[in-house]
Design a protein around this ligand. Structure first.
Ligand code: FAD
Length: 302
């Protein structure tokens, strides 16, 4: 069996695998798509000490760094079941069952898409999902935020301090964000809130130049000129496959303690699939390191 088996090959998983392997213990990593979300990221400017990089480049550095160590890398493999017996068993979609004394879950998350024309076409060309990552790219320009929940309104408040103007588009007749966030939002001079509207299309040529929406009550169609659209309708953790095997929040996030331990002895978790407060590359890597050290500590004591 493995001492540490990491499930997920994004920043959290790569970091966990390196920290585990450096303890000289038997380490494996299973990844559906090594690199994870950063494979879909154009430019990265907040990975501290690296002024600028690109997602695919960082992904290949992660893989190279992991391969410096004795780690069994099982790429293009998906885990479909976890069961805690004496050891922790992970069943893969190809039918194989891997056994390990400890497991680190780092299966990440994905942003929910609005699914309107232009969204996929202009991804990284004006369509963005992460205000902490891409907000500064729109300094002085006009942007929209789709989604009036907490993440949408937090994004709008954040962006209002950087960009020229923010338009919030909410499908429902009311914003769902906490009232303290709404109060803050409405106190800002450069924000417009459109409620009960349906985003119809993100328009552009080489990059985004606007958004078309429909007023749901009247059916009237409008177009606004913009340089960017932030889609903020939810980040979904890739944890459905765990079912009830590990405790998760109502949003599906794996509940971890300060050592990255879950409610199941020997099972740890790190990165965007957990209930960590913020989801970023540098935070995922830190929590991957924490979970690996937590797992090592567990091995020493058991
Ligand atoms: P992920 O990167 O999601 O990796 C999850 C891994 O698990 C992948 O390898 C996946 O294939 C694998 N996996 C999932 N399910 C299974 C399964 N069942 N079995 C096996 N493997 C599985 N953050 C920043 O700090 N700066 C930025 O500039 C930035 N820009 C971003 C731009 C975009 C477009 C996106 C989408 C995200 C951006 N982020 C950015 C966020 C950042 O990418 C994430 O916080 C980070 O990748 C999370 O790392 P992770 O390892 O937890 O998960």
């Amino acid at each position: 069996p493995y001492d540490v088996l990491v499930i997920g090959g994004g920043p959290a998983g790569a970091s966990a695998a390196i920290y585990a392997a450096r303890k000289g213990i038997r380490t494996g990593i299973v990844a559906d798509r090594f690199g994870g979300q950063i494979l879909d990221t154009a430019s990265i400017e907040n990975f501290i000490s690296v002024k600028h990089t690109e997602g695919p480049k960082l992904a290949s550095s992660l893989e190279e760094h992991v391969k410096e160590y004795k780690v069994d890398v099982m790429n293009l493999q998906r885990a479909k079941r976890l069961e805690k017996k004496d050891l922790v068993e992970i069943e893969l979609e190809n039918g194989a069952v891997l056994k390990s004394k400890t497991v680190i879950l780092s299966t990440g998350a994905r942003w929910r898409n609005v699914g309107v024309p232009g969204e996929a076409e202009f991804k990284n060309k004006g369509v963005a999902y992460c205000p902490h990552c891409d907000g500064p790219l729109f300094a002085g320009k006009d942007v929209a935020v789709i989604g009036g929940g907490n993440s949408g309104i937090e994004a709008a408040i954040d962006l209002a301090g950087i960009v020229n103007h923010v338009t919030v588009l909410e499908f429902m007749p009311e914003l769902k964000a906490d009232s303290v966030l709404q109060e803050r939002l409405y106190s800002l001079p450069n924000v417009t809130v459109l409620k009960n509207v349906q985003s119809k299309e993100i328009t552009g040529t080489d990059s985004v130049n606007g958004i078309t929406y429909i007023e749901r009550e009247t059916g009237e169609e409008h177009h606004i000129k913009l340089a960017g659209v932030f889609v903020q309708i939810g980040l979904v953790p890739s944890t459905e496959w765990l079912g009830d095997a590990v405790e998760r929040t109502k949003f599906g996030e794996i509940v971890v303690d300060k050592r990255g331990a879950t409610n199941v002895p020997g099972v740890f978790a790190a990165g965007d699939c957990t209930d960590s407060a913020y989801k970023q590359i540098i935070i995922s890597m830190g929590s991957g390191a924490t979970a690996a050290l937590g797992a090592f500590d567990y091995l020493v004591r058991n």
